[in-house]
Ligand binder design. Structure first.
Ligand code: ZN
Ligand code: ZN
Length: 411
């Protein structure tokens, strides 16, 4: 008997280095994790270079790699994936961008890159979407709100390039620079001009918008401009279901991860209270996974908060969040016929507050899967396991083999 459904649990950035605050243990070693340790004891462990040894992965490139879409071939920038994540139907060839609502002062300088961390931008986004017209460029515009001050933009039209600069000065007190083509091509020039026109028109709409007037009257910063970056052309992703013969869902708080899932054809399952931080609704996500496993072959669950703690350099907070994850995932242990795969997308060591290329721990547990001598789930113990050290591109082939969905190579 082999497992027939798969849970791929990616604990974002959970992998770490020794932390002095934790007696030189990693947060995974320091945390009390009876559930993860049981999965390790009953499964096969290893460590994994999600892209390749020495490559510091982004969350986007590493998730693509783990799903079997080589980032070298499929990654064209964050913008188009963020756009998919906000619900824009991105077709191959469309250009996508990440956006922030921001605040300009009376002199036209950026006074807050996040517009006072504005929350509900739906009315502003609708006004921009309805008011901006780029038909002179032959461009159809799609603009959608993301979480908080974030949004995404997409252009559809002929002869558009994605090699353009950003208007985000990255610092406060500077005037947003105009968009420029980064190569001397008509296509990049056209996109840059269209972006300049988009921002001019959007600024005029936002300046007079009642929601901004109301914010100013309450002493809040107006969201009176849009900063745009991460331009990229939408790639052509062969659907996950065709590639592996598996139906699947994605459950994640981050727009980017939802976008990657949706780009390869996974079903997006929104969860109330899933925030991507350490205060996220873990039990809601676990319930959503259990419900999806009733009908889907494969579920990708991303839990983001440990990455945030790593970026904050908060080793103790990371350890404590790992303990919360551990107790939340216990219901997975008793799902019949489930292959449980737990790993991380990259290390986010508290000591460097950024991603690193250190390999991540990995465990696979399910019917018929071999075991090894590893009895705890952490970076050091897993390195002694039966999977040894594998590249992220090997993960889906190994999973497909363990659930008997692989065909023989040769006779
Ligand atoms: Zn990540
Ligand atoms: Zn990160």
């Amino acid at each position: 008997m082999t497992a027939d459904t798969v849970l791929l649990l990616i604990i974002d950035g959970v992998s770490d280095r020794p932390c002095p605050e934790l007696g030189n243990l990693t947060p995974l070693q320091a945390a009390a994790t009876p559930v993860l340790d049981r999965i390790a004891a009953e499964g096969i462990c290893g460590i994994m270079d999600t892209i390749a040894p020495g490559i510091r992965p982004g969350s986007d490139t590493s998730h693509l790699s783990l799903l079997g879409y080589s980032p070298g071939e499929y990654y064209t920038g964050r913008g188009p994936l963020e756009a998919v994540g906000t619900g824009i139907m991105m077709k191959p060839g469309m250009i996508g961008f990440r956006c922030n609502y921001a605040t300009l002062d009376a002199a036209g300088k950026v006074s807050d890159r996040r517009a006072g961390r504005i929350r509900d931008t739906a009315d502003l986004t609708r006004a921009v979407m309805d008011g901006v017209d780029l038909s002179d460029f032959g461009i159809a515009v799609m603009f959608r709100s993301g979480t908080g001050h974030r949004a995404a933009l997409a252009f559809q039209g002929r002869g558009l390039g994605a090699c353009v600069s950003s208007n985000d000065p990255k610092k406060h007190g500077l005037v947003p620079p105009p968009f420029r083509p980064l190569r001397d091509t008509p296509a990049d020039g056209k996109t840059a001009e269209a972006l300049n026109s988009f921002v001019r028109q959007a600024d005029a709409i936002l300046a007079d918008h009642p929601l901004n007037r109301d914010r100013e009257s309450r002493g809040l910063l107006p969201a009176n401009t849009i900063l745009i970056r991460g331009a990229g052309e939408m790639g052509d992703f062969p659907p996950f279901s065709e590639r592996y013969g598996l139906s699947g869902s994605v459950i994640a708080a981050a727009t980017l991860i939802n976008g990657i899932g949706a780009a390869v054809g996974l079903r997006r399952v929104p969860v109330k209270g899933a925030t991507g931080s350490t205060t996220t609704n873990l039990s809601g996500k676990v319930e959503a996974v259990l419900a999806e496993l009733e009908t889907q072959d494969f579920v990708l669950l991303n839990i983001k908060g440990a990455d945030e703690a790593g970026h904050d350099g908060d080793a103790v907070g990371k350890r404590d969040f790992i303990e919360r994850i551990d107790s939340a995932i216990e219901p997975f242990l008793s799902v019949e016929g489930l292959l449980i795969v737990v790993c991380s997308d990259h290390s986010t060591p508290c000591s460097i507050r950024d991603h690193s290329a250190d390999p991540v721990p990995l465990v696979i547990r399910g019917n018929g899967v071999r075991t090894d001598a590893v009895g705890s789930f952490d970076e050091i113990a897993c390195a002694g396991g039966g999977l040894n050290r594998i590249p992220g591109s090997a993960l889906m082939p190994i999973i497909c083999d363990l659930i008997n969905r692989t065909t023989k190579y040769g006779a």
